[in-house]
Design a protein around this ligand. Structure first.
Ligand code: NAD
Length: 440
């Protein structure tokens, strides 16, 4: 459905000027500041010099494209689109496509950098990339979203491909979006190329298990972190911010594994029930109404209050920067498991550490999605598809291995799980740089 207010909001959306990627970030506490601070900490741990630090910090390639859209009412609107390849030393760039009104170049740079470290942590032959269009998809018809997606794909065509940059869904995009990207790319090349995207529908070469992979991976690493402290997952209380592809399925899987999901939220508000929410019924409510708000057998709660609930596990699974200098100090959970990318700022991290909250970082906690994306790409390249059980087992073993690698380094060097995870990711990329050498 097209609404005037959404059109106006999208047209009025500020577009940040492009600043040099290697220069100082514009605002303290932005996603890019957070990503840069995390890299600097890892570089310090690894003792790398300034030259290597700069190589690891600067994106390899970026595109900023205009995406003209013919709206259903006949008017034309021009949207801003971005694609950033942060690093391609270990293989093709890999990363999602985000549709959100606040998308801007520095956010995409941060998200692309996190993809690089994430692929390193779970040991995939990929670099990191990310894309986005500054649009609020809720205000556009399916036809308009298809036209935006096809035009954006066409504009960034020189950067993408199954061997150089592979997209996947992120906030505001889904399997249908990926099918449009795949079709546009394939039509341009003259034959069907399923491996140009992952997270596409099964009918056009998607993988079983991709839709729930990020959430399944998140629950695997949560269970592993709890087990390290001798705590079983069964019976633990969980609060989840964000009830989309990551948060919604995470709630389902936590509940299936016997944890008690006591609060969830989305952009419209939150709900709580200390006895545990009936997640399957809640899914039906969300399907029918578009939000968790108004679910019976629950009380309302704000997004900010949810972050401060007295629960065992808090899983921020919506947007960046929600745990900052104002909110992180009130967190009472013993574990924060980051479903979202970059939900904790540098100041937030310091407060959580001070209060002995264990943070399972995004590059580990939400890596299940890219792991099964990799499986999907491998299957598409081989045109041979695996069973759901094979995928679930391979995902489980990768996630547990990644957790063990990170936890072991953290213990050995007395690091936070975040510093350990980023250090592993950075080290794997830097090793590839050093072995490949510098051209020319
Ligand atoms: P989505 O669009 O499917 O869902 C986002 C959810 O967050 C929705 O419930 C939305 O209402 C909620 N939300 C948005 N703004 C909010 C706000 N200000 N306060 C509270 N809730 C808000 O997106 P998704 O794919 O679930 O992605 C969520 C996060 O997980 C993003 O940070 C994304 O980068 C990250 N992530 C996603 C995947 C994946 O496979 N989809 C993989 C790794 C990381």
């Amino acid at each position: 459905m097209t609404t005037t207010s959404a059109t106006e909001a999208a047209e009025a959306a500020p577009v940040a000027p492009i600043t040099p990627a290697e220069g100082p970030s514009p605002a303290t506490g932005s996603a890019l500041d957070t990503a840069h601070a995390q890299l600097a900490a890892a570089v310090d741990i690894l003792g790398y010099d300034d030259g290597l630090h700069t190589m690891l910090r600067m994106p390899r390639r970026e595109m900023h494209v205009a995406v003209p859209l013919r709206r259903d009412d006949g008017t034309t609107q021009v949207l801003h689109g971005f694609r950033v390849q942060h690093n391609v030393s270990l293989g093709p760039g890999k990363g999602g496509l985000r549709y959100h009104p606040n998308v801007e170049i520095d956010e995409v740079r941060a998200l692309a950098m996190w993809m690089t470290w994430k692929c390193g942590v779970v040991n995939l032959p990929y670099g990191g990339a990310k894309g986005g269009v500054a649009i609020d998809p809720r205000g556009y018809s399916a036809g308009e979203l298809e036209r935006v997606t096809r035009r954006y794909t066409s504009e960034i065509m020189p950067m993408i491909g199954p061997d150089n940059d592979i997209m996947a869904p992120d906030m505001g995009t889904d399997a249908q979006t990926m099918a449009w990207v795949m079709d546009t790319y394939s039509v341009a090349k003259g034959y069907t190329i399923p491996a140009v995207v992952t997270g596409k529908p099964l009918a056009v070469g998607g993988s079983l298990g991709r839709g729930t992979a990020t959430s399944a991976g998140l629950v695997h690493v949560t269970a592993a972190a709890l087990a390290d402290a001798g705590v079983p997952l069964e019976g633990t209380t969980v609060a989840i911010q964000g009830f989309g592809k990551v948060g919604g399925h995470a709630a389902e899987i936590f509940a299936e594994r016997g944890a008690k999901v006591v609060a969830v939220s989305d952009e419209y508000g939150g709900i709580r029930n200390d006895a545990g929410l009936d997640v399957p019924r809640l899914m039906e409510h969300v399907l029918a109404t578009g939000s968790v708000v108004g679910f019976d057998e629950s009380d309302p709660i704000t997004n900010t209050a949810l972050l401060a609930l007295d629960v065992d596990v808090l899983a921020p699974a919506a947007i960046e920067g929600v745990l900052d200098e104002h909110t992180a100090g009130s967190v009472r959970a013993r574990w924060v498991v980051e479903g979202a990318n970059g939900p904790t700022t540098e100041a937030g991290d310091a407060l959580l550490a001070k209060n002995d909250v264990t943070v399972v970082p995004d590059v580990l906690a939400n890596a299940g999605g890219v792991v099964v994306s990799y499986f999907e790409w491998v299957q598409a390249n081989q045109t041979y598809w695996w069973t759901e059980q094979e995928i679930a087992e391979k995902l489980g073993s990768r996630m547990h291995q990644a957790y063990r690698d990170v936890a072991e380094l953290a213990r050995r060097e007395d690091l936070s799980l975040r510093d350990a995870a980023i250090t592993i990711g950075v080290q794997r990329v830097a090793e590839a740089h050093q072995i490949r050498g510098l051209y020319p």
